[in-house]
Design a protein around this ligand. Sequence first.
Ligand code: NDP
Length: 475
Amino acid sequence: MAIFEYAPAPESRDVVDIKPSYGLFIDGEFADGSGTPFKTINPATEEKLAEVATATSDDVDRAVRAARKAFGAWSELPGAERAKYLFRIARIIQERARELAVLESLDNGKPIRESRDVDVPLVAAHFFYYAGWADKLAYAGFGGARPLGVAGQVIPWNFPLLMLAWKIAPALACGNTVVLKPAETTPLTALAFADICRQADLPPGVVNIVTGAGETGAAVVGHPDVNKVAFTGSTEVGRVIARAVAGTDKKLTLELGGKAANIVFEDAAVDQAVEGIVNGIFFNQGHVCCAGSRLLVQESVHDEVLEALRRRLSTLRLGDPLDKNTDIGAINSAEQLAKIRSLSDLGESEGAQRWSPSCELPDKGFWFPPTVFTGVAQSHSIARDEIFGPVLSVLTFRTPAEAVEKANNTPYGLSAGIWTEKGSRILWMADRLRAGVVWANTFNKFDPASPFGGYKESGYGREGGLHGLEAYLDV
Ligand code: NDP
């Protein structure tokens, strides 16, 4: 139940000009793909947005050859010259921010509030940040280090343009050239980025974008002339890639799944913690690898926190991603919706109690209401498996040691959150949590200067910050 009604405030679609079809971006030119084109749709309406080319292994080979050809001159450019291109790209992203935000929301289903205020500003910030390092690698401790060569990069659909920025900005700053494959369901902002590369007069071949499905990704990863593979996506595909790269001299970074604990102590400010819980799991429909999908709440405040959380969830607005009032947009694909549904049904059949606020789901498109499971045991699949949707599993604990034990009881280790007034407890917990990022009294905060990555099955290597440079240098 909404407290009061808002008038719709839709962002205009007129700021984007979606072409009926798109080709691959190879050697600075858009070119046809040799595979059967596929369509990309708007997950909020199921309407077709565009036809997109499929790159076969021959096309990937052309892209890798273009990247190899461009590598010599690009890697020899003084860092300050490479920085100029990156700064130019960052500024064009800012200039075209509204267009990119609308395009991202159309292709992905995420609310415009998020693509406008989170994704696109962070994309620009990544290019600004790594532009700043391009001529200062020696000051970062990498004096004399060489770029690796051609980087093959494969990214997922949850933050399409942001993941592209995480991959391309450090690679280029260090003097590498790239062949990037966006996810099949969200290729449009990567293709807009190709246009930005042209606008910035980036030398041909420095950035190549090949679209297609998993096979195209496998061709990028498996190409013998790729020196570095960077992947973000599911742990399952991460394993396949690790096997494909094993025994070669390719350098590899993997950023995979998560099942993060968001831990609320009894002394936490409840209203702030509730905002953090909501941001932790309902931001981007829960399609977030570091989502706080397991709420660990101290037993003494369980009822109070849950009541405040339910009240807050009843005010969330689900619907048109282009409406500036929308909090929860569409699920990215029919496949992902089916996965969320089946894992949630499994949670119910395992004995957990399911709750969602009453909210109307649109008739067309892929939608799932914000959902909270209470009475969850550690053995339940909803406490173990990454659901990658707006589904929160609530567990309880009594002591800090028990919280640590439960938080670490997962094959993953990407992130964690701690909510408490006590600074000493934050440090005590952070020391013991096996997670790449630990947030204290906040959640899902990102900054290009801050490294991000996982322990255990969440992958290896770090992106962002100085660590992100290391992943693209021969050190
Ligand atoms: P994938 O891991 O399959 O996709 C990530 C990227 O890898 C996509 O570009 C995909 O292409 C590509 N890819 C798929 N197979 C291969 C392969 N064999 N070799 C190289 N590249 C490949 O994730 P999905 O989109 O299929 O989502 C499945 C589940 O993964 C989700 O339900 C979610 O649980 C989890 N996931 C986790 C993410 C995270 O960041 N932790 C991100 C995305 C998903 P294509 O898009 O064409 O399949």
